[in-house]
Design a protein around this ligand. Structure first.
Ligand code: NAD
Length: 488
């Protein structure tokens, strides 16, 4: 199906928030345009909400938590509802994917995969809801000590635009599984799938007020949500700059937060690597989602003895890449916005590192869309801006190294620490290097694990803190109360 055909079946929602189970306009009745990155044209509107809309949603979520039916449901009942939502997302996967592609610009195949992953999160955490519980602690004679696991209360979820539906699954699902209520603030650049998923939650029987959505600007709605004293925990995914503000807001209210921030993730290729397996992955780990992936493998470190060979393979692959309008054929689509396109182009223009290869913008990419031709830079100075900063676009840096020690030093030599890959057949080296890397996930002879819903994910330093995905996320979205009962 071509993008033009897809538009015929697209259901464009009216601008609204979803508060207490109702679709409501923003308090001031203002809207923001929704621009499709594919052609740069406005095709919808979202509510441009006020701080008071966020505050209202929080008060509703508070009430749903304190007095509403949510708290009275058993964990198994909560889990069942979440699994119903998972099934409903799967039923609507195609229309959700079309909406996501139109809104976000990602290739339709990627959007379809995102919906499957979003559904999988609700299935995974729905299944986990009644299996993650407290413990009894053996203590002194005459005491019965229980470690109870409780929800925080109201969780504020603030998300970016790059994987909107997946990120809802990643943050909202574990929060709900633990019995919290949620106010979601999606990115102003990609809010539509979030509104629809929350609507589906109501359809399958989630009580009103449990899963609320408020759209609008970050410095208004996101700020109000993060500063609201009735919010008990914040799950933030986005840039380090905003993450710092969230952390300050959380600290002022003495509440916890998880920060899932950016990355400059290294893929280290040793001379004994299986290059036929590595090379396609080295490219895909960067170009997926036009490089707008927090865990993009945006630095490829290559041992000097195989540098020329690997670079020549990467060069021919980069030259063959054609950026397209996110239809069935597209592997790489536009970036999210005019602003992001400009930002990426500025990074490319400013860099004085050598350009090895550049992809093309396909002729069928509409005028006005936000297309950036991918660039392969190298050999890059590991300290250069392009090799240090997160570009969040289709830009790959290659860096040669001589030995394991130098590879580790370069890999750890940015402010970030999210993900890394090690390509080598040497088992001992796999262990040594993965142990020495400062980051939250290491992939050995693979990359990304197709989203890896079950695999704990998060960063160190400027990549953030806390872990989402997998069972461990349930620790983040709950807290422990120790009850000491003396029975004599
Ligand atoms: P961003 O930080 O600009 O925005 C993220 C969210 O925060 C948006 O909803 C925005 O409206 C909101 N926001 C903006 N200002 C705010 C404020 N003052 N107070 C509260 N909220 C505010 O990030 P972005 O441009 O949407 O996304 C790109 C960034 O996200 C990249 O750095 C990327 O690496 C990161 N990211 C990280 C992960 C991860 O899991 N580690 C995943 C995806 C994206």
């Amino acid at each position: 199906m071509k993008v033009t055909e897809m538009q015929e079946t697209l259901i464009i929602p009216e601008p609204h928030n979803l508060i207490n189970g109702e679709k409501v306009p923003s308090g001031a009745g203002r809207v923001l345009p929704v621009v499709s990155p594919i052609d740069g044209k406005t095709f919808a509107e979202i509510a441009d909400s006020e701080a008071s809309d966020a505050d209202w949603a929080v008060s509703v979520a508070r009430q749903a938590f304190d007095d509403g039916p949510w708290a009275k449901l058993t964990a198994a009942e909560r889990g069942r509802l979440m699994m119903k939502l998972s099934e409903r997302i799967l039923e609507e996967a195609e229309s959700l994917a079309q909406l996501e592609t139109k809104d976000n610009g990602k290739p339709i195949k990627q959007s379809r995969s995102d919906m499957l992953i979003a559904a999988r999160y609700f299935e995974f955490y729905g299944g986990a809801a009644d299996k993650f519980h407290g413990e009894v602690i053996p203590f002194m004679d005459g005491y019965d000590v229980g470690m109870h696991r409780e929800p925080h209360g109201v969780v504020g979820v603030i998300l970016p635009w790059n994987y909107p539906a997946q990120q809802i699954g990643r943050s909202v699902a574990p929060a709900l599984a633990m019995g919290n209520t949620v106010v979601l603030k999606p990115s102003e650049d990609a809010s539509l799938s979030g509104l629809r998923i929350a609507e589906l939650a109501l359809e399958v029987g989630f009580p009103a007020g449990v899963f609320n959505v408020v759209t609008g600007r970050g410095d208004v709605v996101g700020k109000a949500l993060s500063e609201n004293r009735s919010v008990d925990f914040i799950s933030f995914t986005g840039s380090p700059e905003v993450g710092t503000m969230i952390q300050i807001a959380a600290a002022k209210n003495f509440v916890g937060c998880t920060l899932e921030l950016g990355g400059k993730s290294p893929q280290i290729v040793f001379e004994d690597a299986d290059l036929s397996a590595a090379i396609p992955v080295l490219v895909n780990a960067l170009i997926q989602n036009a490089g707008q992936t927090c865990s993009a493998g945006s630095r490829v470190l290559i041992q000097r003895s195989i540098y020329e060979q690997v670079v020549s393979e990467l060069k021919s692959r980069f030259e063959a890449i054609e950026v397209g309008p996110s239809d069935e054929a597209a592997i790489i689509g536009p970036v999210i916005s005019e602003k992001q396109k400009h930002r990426v182009e500025q990074y490319i223009a400013r860099s004085s590192e050598p350009v090895i290869a550049r992809g093309k913008i396909g002729e069928n990419s509409p005028e006005g869309g936000f297309y950036v031709a991918p660039v392969l830079f190298g050999p890059c100075d590991p300290e250069s801006e392009i090799a240090q900063e997160e570009v969040f676009g289709p830009v790959l840096c290659v860096i040669p190294f001589d030995d394991e020690k130098e590879a580790i030093a370069i890999a750890n030599g940015t402010d970030y620490g999210l993900v890394a890959a090690v390509w080598t057949r040497d088992g001992a080296r796999q262990k040594r290097v993965s142990k020495a890397l400062h980051c939250g996930q290491v992939f050995i002879n693979n990359y990304g694990a197709a989203g890896g819903v079950e695999l704990p994910f998060g960063g160190v330093r400027k990549s953030g803190h806390g872990r989402e995905k997998g069972f461990v996320a349930l620790h983040e979205f709950s807290r422990i109360k120790t009850v000491v009962d003396y029975y004599g």
